[in-house]
Write a protein that binds this ligand. Structure first.
Ligand code: PMP
Length: 284
C-alpha cells in the first residue's frame, strides 16, 4: 500500500482524502507538477519548483511552503514507497471553500497532495518502437502555459487518438501543431534542424523541453523554436516528443503516415541517451 502525502500527513492511500468542497474538485482550481525519479533521485527538481511557482503566481494563489519543504516531502515519499524509477505527482489547489466562482479569502489553506507511481522509464517499449500520433484540433483554453489540473480536453484528445489506432494526440491550432496531449512536440528537417513550437500561452513550457534543447545546442544541433504545420510534420525526416514521464520519445507515424522510415530516428535516439545521462548525473 502506498504512502500518500495529504496536507501535512503521510497516510495510507486508502485514507488519503480531500473534501468535496475542494476547489480542485469543483472548479479545477489547482495546479500540478510531475517529477521523474531515476536511481531513487529527483530529476530537475528545481525546474519543477520554478514552474509550480509560476503557475501559482499566474492564478494569484499564494503558497506558503518553501522549495526545501517540497523537496523533503518528495524525498520521504521516494524512501517510504521505495521508488527507484517512477514519478511523483504534486497537486496544489486553492483549498476548501463554499462553492462560489469568486476566489475564497487568501488565507484559505491550500490543499497539497503528493503521491508516487513506480514505473520503468528508461527501459520503455514505446521508446524502442516509437509512437504513433494522430492530430486532433486543439480546443483547450488559451492559458496552456499554466499547468492546471483541467485535463479533460487532453484526456478526450488522447481517447480520440487511441480510437484512431494511435498512441497519442498532437494538438493543432489553425493548422499548426501546438504540442502533444501531455508532452511537447518536435520535428527534424532534412538538414537536421530540430523544430519545436516557440513558448507562448498556447503551450506548456516543458521542463524536459528546456533540458533537451540545451543538450541539442551543446551537441551543436540546429534548433528553431517556431510553429510548424501538420503538412510540414508529415514531410519531416523525424519526429519526437518530450516530457518528464517519456523523456525523449520518438514519433514514427502521424495520422497513419510513416515519418522517415517509420523507425525511431537517430536524432531522437541520441537526444534520449544524452538527456538521460545528463539527468542521472544531476538528479538529487
Ligand atoms: N505539454 C503538456 C500539455 C503537458 O501536459 C506536459 C507534461 N506535463 C508537457 C508539455 C511536458 O512538460 P514536462 O517536460 O515538464 O513534463
Amino acid at each position: 500500500m502506498r504512502t500518500v502525502y495529504v496536507n501535512g500527513d503521510y497516510v495510507s492511500e486508502e485514507d488519503a482524502k480531500v473534501s468535496v468542497f475542494d476547489r480542485g474538485f469543483l472548479f479545477a482550481d489547482g495546479v500540478y507538477e510531475v517529477t521523474s525519479v531515476l536511481d531513487g533521485k529527483l530529476v530537475d527538481f528545481p525546474g519543477h519548483c520554478a514552474r509550480l511557482r509560476r503557475s501559482l503566481g499566474e492564478l494569484a494563489m499564494g503558497f506558503p511552503m518553501s522549495d526545501e519543504d517540497l523537496l523533503a516531502i518528495h524525498r520521504r515519499l521516494v524512501v517510504e514507497n521505495q521508488i527507484q524509477e517512477g514519478l511523483i505527482y504534486l497537486q496544489v489547489t486553492r483549498g476548501v471553500a463554499e462553492r462560489d466562482f469568486l476566489f475564497p479569502p487568501e488565507e484559505t489553506p491550500r490543499t497539497v497532495v503528493l503521491f508516487t507511481q513506480a514505473k520503468p522509464l528508461i527501459e520503455s517499449a514505446s521508446a524502442a518502437r516509437g509512437q504513433k500520433v494522430a492530430t486532433v484540433e486543439d480546443l483547450r483554453w488559451s492559458r496552456c502555459d499554466i499547468k492546471t489540473v483541467q485535463l479533460l480536453y487532453p484526456s478526450m484528445a488522447k481517447m480520440e487518438a487511441q480510437s484512431r489506432g494511435a498512441d497519442d494526440a498532437w494538438l493543432v491550432r489553425e493548422g499548426e501543431v501546438t504540442e502533444g496531449s501531455s508532452n511537447n512536440a518536435y520535428i527534424v528537417l532534412e538538414d537536421g534542424t530540430i523544430v519545436t513550437r516557440d513558448l507562448s500561452n498556447v503551450i506548456l513550457s516543458g521542463i524536459t523541453r528546456r533540458a533537451v534543447l540545451k543538450c541539442a545546442r551543446t551537441l551543436q544541433m540546429k534548433v528553431m523554436e517556431r510553429a510548424f504545420s501538420v503538412e510540414e510534420a508529415l514531410m519531416a525526416v523525424e519526429a519526437f516528443t518530450t516530457s518528464a514521464s517519456g523523456f525523449v520519445m520518438p514519433v514514427v507515424e502521424i495520422d497513419g503516415q510513416k515519418i522517415g522510415d517509420g523507425m525511431p530516428g537517430p536524432t531522437a535516439k541520441h537526444l534520449r541517451e544524452v538527456y538521460i545521462a545528463e539527468m542521472r548525473k544531476a538528479a538529487i
